[in-house]
Design a protein around this ligand. Structure first.
Ligand code: MG
Length: 175
């Protein structure tokens, strides 16, 4: 049995007026926000899909259907906490996450430290396990036209070590 699993997640949400822009749990002042059944946090959605994908547990559409009124306006960080519990229950923990947001505007760099902090806190990780980056697509495509935002994430999971009992003679016995 391997000690590591890797997962990839990708998500897109449409930009529209009269919606909040929430990325990595951080509300960002902007004229447009992301449209969705939940808070439409495209970054957190990509991260959850990567975590689920690493263990072949399906995707967030299966776990949190957008037809379910319980998830209307849902705080995606709470969903992330739930997904983290699922992977921990299966004996896995986050090694590291690397994510990229694709957005033409606004400038996201000032908000990235807070996104990393929120995600790390919710996942019980150290800050240096969580990388968030942002790029424009040079005015190309739907992100360039500010019709939407997208996010990619990759996650590495490692097996949670089993508790060990160390005999005085030095042999390690798995409990
Ligand atoms: Mg989504």
């Amino acid at each position: 049995m391997a000690d590591f699993r890797i997962g990839h997640g990708y998500d897109v949400h449409r930009l529209t007026e009269q919606r909040k822009l929430i990325l990595g749990g951080v509300e960002i002042p902007h004229t447009l926000g992301l449209l969705g059944h939940s808070d439409a946090d495209v970054l957190t959605h990509a991260i959850m899909d990567a975590m689920l994908g690493a263990l072949a547990l399906g995707d967030i559409g299966q776990h949190f259907p957008d037809t379910d009124p319980r998830y209307a306006g849902a705080d995606s960080l709470q969903l992330l906490f739930h997904v983290n519990g699922l992977i921990q229950a299966k004996g896995w923990q986050i090694g590291n996450i690397d994510a990229t947001i694709l957005a033409q505007a606004p400038k996201l760099a000032p908000y990235i430290p807070r996104m990393r902090k929120q995600l790390a806190q919710k996942l019980g990780c150290a800050l240096d396990q969580i990388s968030v980056k942002a790029t424009t697509e040079e005015h190309l495509g739907f992100t360039g036209a500010q019709q939407g935002m997208a996010a990619h994430a990759v996650v590495l999971l490692s097996r949670i070590p089993k508790p060990m009992y160390r005999r005085p003679v030095g042999r390690v016995i798995p409990l």
